[in-house]
Design a protein around this ligand. Structure first.
Ligand code: C2E
Ligand code: MG
Ligand code: MG
Length: 651
């Protein structure tokens, strides 16, 4: 017994046995994961199966070598065929490994590449091994009956392995960035182990070390590259968002053309949240199965969000994709059934885009998908095309971005001032600075349009710097203090607020024009993003310490987080016009307004009511104790000279 355990001539046997056990574990792990029948999965199973077979044959051979009984039962001649078979399968594993890596990277080879890189080296390797049956040029058998390579010519048997390793290394270099770090490391580790295993095999002559190394790789694969949870949406039985990003990126990196169709299913999110998990999954599987049938074998299905599916088809044919989506949307007019669910009615819209023609990077694709969701529902079109979005929205945004850039260079911006009424003194004691853009070609562009664009591309920082500068100049160059203006409100974008030098810059500008901190009131809006709010808060606190006051703009819309509102050193809260205006149209809205005013009062903040358009609104808001009133009823935003004239007139 101790002879078997410690005698080096039995090491082969132990390595084979361990390798075999490892591979059985891999197969068990893999079969317990509920996966989808993908090509990558099939390649993985083939590879694991081949390695298992090699290990079984090696194990058998090791035992045969040491067992006189077996040698009598199975004569040498037969054993040589078995050994040859083992070698053939073993030298087939690089081919399977390369097919697997091709699936991971979604690579397709041309006929010539297949011949040169796969078929030819494989044929050389296999023929070398087969020659061992009738010639001893590449191989010889020792006295124990082991098949041994004759070097250097025996190296020819590794011809395919060498080509495959180079190929895989090259692809890893090229496309590795599309994978997660973990996956990239695993693929490199696989190559390192294959090289190390082959080297050890040549040096030691051991038959089992190499196979053992391969088994370790499959074990690594099964927990990473074959881990379905990472890239699959198991509820719906298709790829998830990460799978989408990854497959799209690899396709784009390879310069392939393909079509992405997205399907927006109304009410699916609600349905899912109200239904039992298993029942919802039945419906979801029904949908993915239908999509798979409807879009053909080569299509890949993704679930990007609860109610958003995407289909990737390898041929970018517009007509075909549009027809397929029309067919899909038509199907949604019929109800869906599951074995344990009743009838479920859903409706769907779709969008078709051709890549890379219409979108050439992942971000662009995702942007179009988001926009198409809104547009498809708005236009109540069954299938919307990317060009239809382009005209409506994308081109316009691009043109606006250009206009903004030009406006900065050629000074097309102008700051307007909207006077704000103070019922206490019955005078206009403040004003809001509002930016105006008049493009020579596009004419007047509303801030509601160009501010979001400028926020996206970062130009807003420069723009707001300009506005603050203009406001300070107004204080320095005119007599608005004497005309009754105590402070001017200046809007700050969230993008400004996350600039770490915001506070210093603002203070610096104000000092330069000798404007007191109390004379500028910065308006901020709340955002939903926690991370952004932290830096924002730091900036606000720093400026507040210097004596600059803050207003919370647009209160009553979007993301007014009451908790965070109490954390900010705010002086004023501005009630948005969407809260103010309906309050005088129905009782319900009126009570909401009352509640808000009461809330702001308990926090001891001043109130500004925005969007006041009639005398009646103004009177009632004054009666409700609003501290400041802003709106078209008193004045529209005015250019600098008109603003000064207005103040001289009214104050
Ligand atoms: P905001 O800060 O809430 O500004 C108030 C908006 O309401 C202004 O629109 C103003 O013209 C409008 N308004 C005032 N009174 C009335 C009224 O009685 N009825 C109606 N229907 N509207 C009224 P504007 O100038 O188009 O600006 C829109 C938004 O663009 C602003 O909303 C602000 O968020 C942003 N914005 C404007 N100028 C700047 C700026 O210099 N920097 C930054 N970051 N944002 C700016
Ligand atoms: Mg404002
Ligand atoms: Mg506002």
């Amino acid at each position: 017994m101790s002879d078997i355990a410690f005698n080096p001539s039995y090491f082969n046997l132990w390595f084979s046995l361990c390798g075999l056990i490892l591979n059985v574990v891999v197969m068990i792990v893999y079969s317990f994961e509920s996966t989808l029948p993908t090509k990558q999965g099939r390649c993985f199973l083939l590879l694991t199966g081949a390695i298992t077979l090699v290990e079984l044959l090696t194990l058998w051979h090791c035992i045969w070598l040491d067992s006189a009984g077996l040698q009598q039962m199975v004569p040498v001649a037969i054993e040589r065929y078995l050994t040859t078979a083992e070698k053939l399968v073993m030298l087939g594993t690089p081919l399977l490994a390369i097919r697997y890596i091709m699936e991971i990277y979604h690579l397709r080879l041309t006929k010539a590449q297949t011949m040169l890189m796969l078929a030819l080296p494989q044929a050389i390797s296999w023929l070398t091994v087969l020659s061992g049956l009738f010639s001893s040029f590449f191989f010889h058998y020792n006295e124990r009956g082991e098949m041994l390579y004759n070097y250097p010519q025996g190296v020819l048997a590794y011809a395919n392995a060498v080509v495959f390793l180079c190929f895989a290394a090259y692809k890893n270099f090229h496309y590795g960035y599309t994978l997660s770090i973990e996956r990239r490391v695993i693929l490199w580790l696989y190559l390192a182990m294959a090289i190390l295993g082959a080297a050890m095999r040549i040096m030691t002559g051991s038959v089992s070390v190499y196979e053992f190394f391969l088994s370790i790789s499959t074990l690594l694969y099964v927990y990473t590259l074959q881990n379905p949870r990472e890239y699959m949406n198991l509820e719906a039985g298709c790829y998830n968002r990460r799978g989408f990003d990854y497959i799209i990126q690899t396709r784009l990196a390879q310069g392939r053309t393909f079509a992405v169709s997205s399907i927006y299913i109304d009410d699916l999110a609600i349905l899912e949240s109200t239904m039992e998990e298993q029942k919802a999954s039945e419906i979801l599987h029904g949908i993915t199965d239908f999509l798979r049938q409807g879009c053909g074998e080569s299509a890949e299905i993704f679930r990007l969000q609860s109610g958003v599916f995407a289909i990737l088809t390898p041929t970018a044919e517009e007509g075909k994709s549009v027809r397929a989506m029309e067919y899909v949307c038509e199907r949604f007019k019929e109800p869906w059934h599951g074995a344990h669910t009743g009838q479920v009615r859903l409706s769907a819209h779709a969008c078709v885009m051709l890549c890379p023609k219409e979108a050439s990077d992942l971000q662009q694709i995702v942007e179009i998908l988001d926009q198409a969701e809104v547009e498809a529902t708005r236009q109540s079109k069954l299938v919307i095309r990317t060009q239809e979005l382009d005209m409506e929205n994308r081109m316009k945004r691009r043109r606006i971005a250009n206009a903004v850039k030009r406006a900065i260079e050629e000074h097309h911006f102008e700051v307007y001032y909207q006077p704000i009424f103070d019922p206490g003194t019955k005078r206009f004691t403040s004003a809001e600075a509002l930016l105006r853009l008049r493009d020579p070609d596009m004419g007047f562009i509303s801030p509601a349009e160009f501010i979001p664009v400028a926020e996206r591309n970062g130009m807003i920082v420069q723009i707001d710097k300009y506005v603050l500068e203009e406001v300070c100049r107004l204080f320095a160059e005119t007599d608005i203090r004497a005309l009754g203006i105590r402070y001017i409100e200046v809007n700050l974008s969230v993008v400004d607020c996350i600039q770490s030098d915001l506070a210093d810059r603002v203070m610096d500008t104000m000092r330069r024009y000798r404007v007191a901190p109390e004379e500028i009131n910065l308006e901020v809006t709340e955002t939903a993003e926690e991370g952004v709010s932290y830096t924002m808060l730091e900036n606000i606190k720093k400026l507040a310490r210097e004596g600059v006051a803050f207003s919370l703009d647009d209160f009553g819309t979007g993301y007014s987080n009451l908790m965070r509102m109490t954390q900010m050193p705010l002086k004023l809260i501005k009630l948005d016009k969407s809260v103010v205006q309906p309050a005088f149209e129905n009782d319900y809205s009126y009570r909401i307004l009352l509640g808000m005013i009461r809330l702001i009062r308990t926090l001891h903040k001043e109130i500004v009511a925005e969007g006041v358009e009639t005398e009646e609104q103004s009177l009632r808001l004054i009666r409700l104790n609003c501290d400041h009133i802003q709106g078209f009823y008193y004045a529209r935003p005015l250019g600098r000279d008109n603003f000064l004239r207005f103040l001289r007139d009214k104050n």
